[in-house]
Write a protein that binds this ligand. Structure first.
Ligand SMILES: *[C@@H]1O[C@H](CO)[C@@H](O)[C@H](O)[C@H]1NC(C)=O
Ligand SMILES: *[C@@H]1O[C@H](CO)[C@@H](O)[C@H](O)[C@H]1NC(C)=O
Length: 304
């Protein structure tokens, strides 16, 4: 149950502005909405009811679509509302990923769950049905599939997350130039991109975390974060908590708190890789154009 600690400490250290220890203490502060309830004897009293006692919260994320952004939004926002518990044990937040390395996955049954590279509209539909009407709230990070491929190439070219089999055999991508490496990663990323695209049809219990909108500017970030927070918590948190979670979300904005774990790529590599996505083998090119148009990206628009 304590497995989240190293991750959280790492994340805290990554923020740069706080020591991991301080970060832990901050996360332990528990604040929850108080809801008036009537007891069997007819007396009204206040009880603590957390949003995740009302809903189940699921994030379905795919490699390079904004996994870190999504994790941070969940961690900071739900952390602010006390998801990590009074003493820092977590029973209410879970993280699952495929494949699941030692110590990586925890709390698969938690009411707040992040799933990485293992979910699609189909698996979400199963969870929606199992949860019952109106219970599940889903977020899905979505990013331009060609940007995901360019980003995946640059990321793995730099040996980042070398343990992720998506870029195995080990050392292959680091040895490839942009042209070959982008085609290789585009092929490898097909399951991720297909599953992300399976959410193209809007659902009223699903919020799309648009990577492009969240990263365009801090102003756009705040606007999107506000929509996300309203989606998650409308009617479930107090005004005061609303203000605090909006502030907490800002810690997930890379323009305010730059990434030091190394999830971002150099502009030089990204620019070469973007060009290479324009000259991928024809079959890959057409698959990706199909995904892009399905998700609403303008196929004639130039990449940034
Ligand atoms: C894609 O979704 C299927 C279920 O539809 C799941 O079995 C598979 O693990 C997912 N793969 C990735 C990479 O998300
Ligand atoms: C969402 O859509 C479902 C059907 O897809 C419907 O049963 C449900 O009432 C809708 N919920 C809201 C809040 O509109």
């Amino acid at each position: 149950m304590m497995r989240w600690r190293p991750w959280l400490a790492l994340l805290g250290a990554a923020l740069g502005d706080v020591e991991p220890g301080v970060f832990m203490v901050q996360m332990q502060a528990t604040h929850v909405a108080r809801t008036a309830r009537t007891t069997r004897t007819g007396r009204r009293h206040e009880v603590r009811q957390k949003p995740w006692e009302v809903h189940q919260y699921l994030a379905c994320a795919h490699h390079k679509s904004g996994v870190d952004l999504t994790k941070k939004l969940v961690w900071f926002v739900f952390g602010e509302l006390g998801v990590f518990g009074e003493r820092g044990e977590t029973h209410d937040l879970g993280l699952m990923t495929r494949p699941c390395g030692p110590g990586v996955c925890y709390n698969p049954e938690a009411p707040v769950r992040i799933e990485v590279d293992m979910c699609s509209a189909e698996t979400v539909q199963q969870q929606r049905e199992a949860a019952g009407p109106g219970v599940l709230k889903v977020v899905v990070p979505v990013r331009d599939p060609l940007e995901m491929v360019a980003s995946a190439y640059c990321f793995h070219h730099e040996w980042k997350e070398w343990y992720n089999p998506i870029a195995w055999p080990l050392g292959v991508v680091p040895s490839m130039d942009a042209q070959d490496g982008v085609a290789f990663m585009a092929h490898r990323m097909l399951p991720q991109v297909a599953n992300m695209s399976s959410f193209a049809e809007p659902q009223n219990d699903t919020f799309r975390i648009d990577y492009e909108k969240f990263t365009r500017s801090s102003k756009d970030f705040d606007e999107e974060a506000r929509k996300l927070i309203d989606f998650w918590f409308a009617g479930l948190i107090t005004e005061e908590e609303h203000g605090r979670v909006l502030e907490a979300a800002k810690k997930a904005d890379l323009r305010r708190v730059p990434d030091v774990i190394g999830h971002t790529n150099s502009e030089e590599c990204m620019s070469k890789a973007r060009k290479a996505t324009r000259s991928m083998p024809a079959d890959l090119q057409s698959r990706y154009e199909e995904f892009r148009s399905r998700l609403g990206y303008n196929i004639h628009e130039d990449l940034p």
